[in-house]
Design a protein. Structure first.
Length: 258
């Protein structure tokens, strides 16, 4: 069955409070999507996310999303080349500025995926849920979110199980072009979705039988507490956002602005 992204390790990022990790992820998204517009600064933030993935032993999980990142990179390049026009010609109708815009968009998306994978690789589902509750979100909404995180690996694992079962019965899913293979996979997805929906229904009945939602306040065995490392990490994340705001306001490095 498909395993969760969580990597059982004892790195510094694993030991951080989940609220600290969420703040770090939010700071990266603010830097990538809103504040930083200079290409070389985007590359610096992206490299920092890769270093963080390496230090937190999350690179193996990041590599599982390499195809998604590659598709985003290629589609971004083609989209901007076909739609946008620049002032610096390269080859034929292709100009430099759309290529740089597509490259910067791909860096934003790729780095965002990497930092999100780092969060899921270093934080248990229960820790994420408890962190959201401690932030102030309603428990029911947090429970729905954490349940959806559990359902995604289950759906992938069930699909893999059905695919292997059909292959043992002689179904060929690997030969032919992409369109033919996609059409062959459609009948395989039906039992996987049906099985997942049946599990969701059983899960709903189970939590209802246990009185979910009866009490307005809930206790938790998992106790969260900030440490010195959390304050240092939060300070670094806030400092990076402040620097990003300063760069965005002053336009420092505007010659490279995209």
């Amino acid at each position: 069955m498909y395993k969760y992204l969580y990597v059982d390790a004892n790195t510094f990022f694993h030991r951080l409070d989940p609220r600290t990790k969420m703040l770090i992820v939010l700071a990266h998204y603010l830097l990538l999507a809103v504040l930083v517009r200079q290409l070389y600064l985007m590359i610096a933030v992206a490299m920092e996310t890769l270093v963080l993935a390496g230090l937190s032993q999350s690179l193996a999980n990041v590599m599982r999303f390499r195809l998604v990142i590659l598709v985003i990179f290629i589609s971004s390049q083609f989209s901007f080349v076909l739609v946008a026009r620049g002032a610096t010609p390269l080859v034929g109708p292709v100009t430099l500025e759309p290529l740089l815009q597509g490259f910067s968009t791909a860096i934003r998306a790729g780095a965002g995926i990497v930092i999100s994978v780092v969060l899921l690789s270093t934080t248990r589902n229960e820790e994420i849920a408890q962190g959201l509750v401690r932030i102030g979100l309603p428990y029911r909404a947090v429970f729905a979110f954490s349940s959806s995180l559990r359902m995604a690996p289950y759906l992938i694992g069930m699909t893999s199980t059905v695919v292997e079962a059909q292959k043992t019965r002689g179904l060929d899913l690997d030969s032919g072009g992409p369109v033919r293979r996609f059409r062959r996979y459609l009948p395989v997805l039906v039992p996987a979705f049906l099985s997942t929906m049946r599990s969701v229904d059983q899960f709903a009945m189970a939590i209802e039988a246990r009185g979910f939602g009866y009490q307005q306040t809930r206790g938790s065995y998992l106790q969260l507490q900030f440490t010195t490392g959390d304050f240092v990490a939060m300070g670094a994340a806030l400092l990076s956002v402040i620097v990003g705001i300063f760069i965005a306001i002053t336009g420092w490095g505007v010659a490279f602005n995209l």
